[in-house]
Write a protein that binds this ligand. Structure first.
Ligand code: SAM
Length: 181
């Protein structure tokens, strides 16, 4: 998967990198971080979220599988790292349009490296896989996956269900992850 994402970043393929509008993403996740919050930006894409969060004065740790993506925000984020390294403590983690592209093993590795009070995850959910969404999961499977690493994690909030190409699109916020344990 690393080679695939590196290629998408090298060609700046916006179909895969998305380039989501950071303000719209925060709104969709219903996240209003308090001043100076420490935020985990999981899945850098074109770097828009990192740039926006820094412009608002937050402390940002950006995580991506692709070294090219990491390079893109190296002068912007306070810390830049890979999903398979340990990340520092954060108040809020945002993973927008990433988990549905990750196998169980990689999600578990990423979760083990997270020390965040809240994790807000957008993922396309469902049962029927297709070529582009081969790791599709139900929301229940996603919670089970998260609880396999953080047994006390609970789904605090779930929303923004809409449909893309017939798939359901969820945003879920999970609490009781690593920080403070
Ligand atoms: C669909 S893009 C979304 C980017 C951004 N969050 C947005 O909404 O515009 C997916 C991003 O996740 C990254 N990614 C893919 N697999 C990953 C993994 N295992 N760990 C961390 N990042 C990953 C890709 O390199 C890419 O930057």
């Amino acid at each position: 998967m690393k080679a695939f994402w590196e290629q998408m970043h090298a060609s700046r393929n916006l179909k895969w990198l998305t380039d989501s509008d950071p303000k719209a993403v925060l709104k969709m996740h219903e996240i209003e971080p308090s001043a100076g919050a420490r935020i985990l930006d999981f899945g850098i894409g074109t770097g828009g979220m990192a740039r926006y969060l820094k412009s608002q004065g937050y402390w940002v740790c950006s995580v991506d599988i692709s070294p090219l993506a990491q390079l893109r925000v190296s002068g912007i984020s306070d810390m830049v790292t890979s999903f398979d390294k340990e990340y520092p403590n954060t108040d809020i983690g945002i993973a927008h349009l990433v988990f549905q592209h990750m196998c169980d093993e990689d999600i578990i590795t990423a979760l083990r490296n997270m020390h965040t009070s809240y994790l807000s995850v957008q993922f396309i959910s469902g049962k029927q896989k297709d070529a582009e969404l081969r790791y599709l999961r139900t929301t229940e499977r996603m919670l089970n996956l998260i609880q396999s690493v953080y047994p006390r994690a609970e789904c605090l909030w779930q929303g923004s269900e809409y449909w893309i190409k017939g798939f359901q699109n969820h945003v879920c916020r999970y609490a009781n992850l690593g920080t403070g344990d």
